[in-house]
Design a protein around this ligand. Structure first.
Ligand code: SF4
Length: 344
């Protein structure tokens, strides 16, 4: 893997990003009334706080893993990075400019350079399109190449992701799950992205196929000098493949750590619990209880109700992310950087 400390800043970054979903807006009146009767309060009255206060800058050429349990906000964060979602507050920046404010030309360029593949490739592929049409669509939208050039390009892309030439004429339902993920990769690569966001790209696949897709992703990343954002709940896997890990909980970043510092940094209590759960050891650190309700998160640190190190302040004050050194940052009242500690 690349040494993260030798990497330069990528054009994509997030500053104090917040996003809350308001289910009530999308619920029918009947369903909303039923939920209100059931719970005693309007459905989604406060909204689902999916992402809160996230600051994160990608580094060119790295593999950044965004890790967390289900509902931690990692998928929403990936979609914010691609411009599929826009933050309620805070900024997603591309080359120093806010993505939400890009003009048509710049937005088109942004869409070319930042691509995403999803956990379930089947649902993101048009069932009425052949594989050729799926991959060619983006080239047509972006007005790239003549008919002949596009035809050649599609053939080269299918080959690059390990699909046979005759696959071009098949429909997505005629492929296996692994082949569908290869096809969605070919589509994502058609526009020569700089950044590829892979949202749980193997969790819907058979175990026997997962390693093939991971190897393909790693090879593509090296061959094309991609910056890869790998969203996953699989800590042991990302520990192997990632250069840097960003761990989320309750919509917030808990820790950002270079792979080289794993096991050496003063890790966040949640991260210690995750490691222990993943390795099946250390009863003291095994997670108990449930993640916070994103519609009604606790005041203070979101991990406080489950944290064995919690103190009074944890229940009232949200801990800020503190940079310990260029390779480690942590949001915890019980973890202080040496500089911060000497200033107190
Ligand atoms: S801030 Fe407090 S509750 Fe949160 S992880 Fe740190 S010690 Fe635990």
């Amino acid at each position: 893997m690349t040494s993260p400390t030798s990497l330069t800043a990528s054009p994509l970054s997030l500053e104090q990003v917040n996003l809350t979903f308001h289910p009530r807006r999308s619920l029918s009146l009947e369903l909303s009334t039923w939920l209100k009767r059931l719970s005693g309060r309007p459905a989604g009255s406060h909204g689902i706080q999916a992402v809160r206060g996230v600051n994160l800058a990608l580094k060119t050429g790295e593999i950044l893993a965004i890790v967390g349990e289900s509902g931690s906000g990692k998928t929403t964060l990936g979609r914010l990075m691609t411009g599929l979602y826009h933050p309620d507050s805070g900024r997603v920046l591309w080359a120093g400019r806010e993505v939400a404010g890009l003009n048509n030309k710049s937005r088109k360029n942004f869409r070319r350079r930042v691509q995403i593949i999803f956990q379930d490739p089947g649902s993101s592929l048009n069932p009425r399109f052949t594989a050729k049409a799926v991959v060619e669509e983006a080239l047509i939208i972006h007005n790239l190449g003549s008919n002949t050039e596009r035809h050649q390009r599609v053939a080269a892309l299918l080959k690059e992701v390990g699909l046979p030439t005759e696959a071009a004429g098949r429909f997505s339902h005629e492929f296996s799950g692994g082949q569908r993920q290869r096809l969605s990769l070919a589509r994502a690569l058609a526009l020569d992205p700089e950044i590829l966001i892979a949202d749980e790209p193997v969790s819907a696949l058979d175990v026997s196929i997962q390693a093939q897709i991971i190897n393909l992703l790693l090879n593509l990343r090296t061959r094309r000098a991609l910056t890869l954002v790998f969203i996953s709940h699989d800590l042991p896997l990302v520990r192997i493949i990632a250069d840097r890990l960003a761990i989320m909980y309750g919509g917030r970043l808990m820790e950002v750590v270079d792979k080289s510092l794993l096991g050496k940094a003063p890790h966040h209590p949640y991260v210690l619990s995750l490691w222990a759960s993943a390795s099946g050891g250390g009863n003291n650190f095994i997670l108990k209880g449930e993640p916070p309700d994103p519609a009604s998160p606790p005041p203070g640190c979101p991990f406080a109700p489950r944290c064995r190190e919690a103190i009074d302040i944890c229940h009232v004050e949200i801990p800020l992310m503190t940079n310990f050194n260029p390779g480690f940052a942590c949001a915890c009242h019980r973890r202080r950087s040496p500089t911060e500690a000497s200033n107190r």
